[in-house]
Design a protein around this ligand. Sequence first.
Ligand code: ADP
Ligand code: ADP
Length: 228
Amino acid sequence: QSILSLRGVTKTYASGDLEVQALRGVDLDVPEGDLVAIMGPSGSGKSTLMHILGCLDVPTTGVYELGGVDVSDMGEAELAQVRNAKIGFVFQQFNLLASMTALRNVELPLVYAGVSRTERRERAAEALERVGLAARLDHLPSQLSGGQQQRVSVARALVTDPDLILADEPTGNLDSVATKDVLSLFDELHDAGRTVLLITHDPDIAEQAARVIHIKDGRLSEADRAVA
Ligand code: ADP
Ligand code: ADP
C-alpha cells in the first residue's frame, strides 16, 4: 500500500520569456514504512519535488496522491490542511523558535491542531522522550547542541503522528558526529514503522537509506540494489 504516489508529475516555472522545466514527468511510489533518500545535485529539481511532496506547491501537470487523497488540484487552504494533518517537516536550519523551550517548540503543531493544553504537554513530552531528550524539555534551543536541536525538530515532526516525515537536508548544518546521531534516529523511526523521505545532495547520507532514488534534470532514476 503506497502512502504516496506521483504519476507523470511535471513542474514548469515561467522565468521572463523562458520556461524552466524543473520536473519532467516524475513517477514515484513510496510504500508505507519505507525509508527513501532522494539524491541529486544542485539545480536537479530537489526543492521543487520536496515542495510538491510537502504540499507546499502543486504540479503543473500530473497527479500526486497522498494517503489515497488526490492533492494535485487543491487550492492553498485545502493544501495547508492536508500538510498540517499528514506531514511532519524536518529542515536543514531546524526552524525552532529561539524564545521557546524544547517542550513548547514541540507543542506548537498541536496548538495549530487545536489540541488541549494538558494533552499537548503530554504528547510533546512523549515525543521528546522518543528522540532521547527527556532530560531537556525545559532547555532553550541555544542551550542545546546542533544534533540535539535537530532531535527537537524531529520530535516536532512526530508529535502530530503524520503519515509522512519529510526531511530536507536534515544534516546539512551538523558535524559528522551529530550527522550520524540524527541519521540513526531516522533509522529508529523507520524500524518503528514510520515513512521517511530524506532529500539530500550528499551520497554518504543517501547510502544509509534502504532505497535511494536519484534525481537529475527533473527526472528520477532508481538503481537496483542487491537484497541483503
Ligand atoms: P535543487 O533543489 O535540486 O537545487 P530546484 O528545484 O531548486 O533544484 O530547481 C530546479 C530548476 O528549476 C533549476 O533550473 C532552477 O533554476 C529552476 N527553478 C526553481 N525555482 C524556480 C522559480 N521559482 N522560477 C524559475 N525557475 C526556478
Ligand atoms: P531551504 O530549502 O532554502 O533550505 P527550508 O528547508 O527552510 O529552506 O524550507 C523549505 C521550504 O519549506 C521553504 O519554501 C519554506 O518556506 C517552507 N517552510 C519552512 N518552514 C515551514 C513550515 N513550518 N511549514 C510549512 N512550510 C515551511
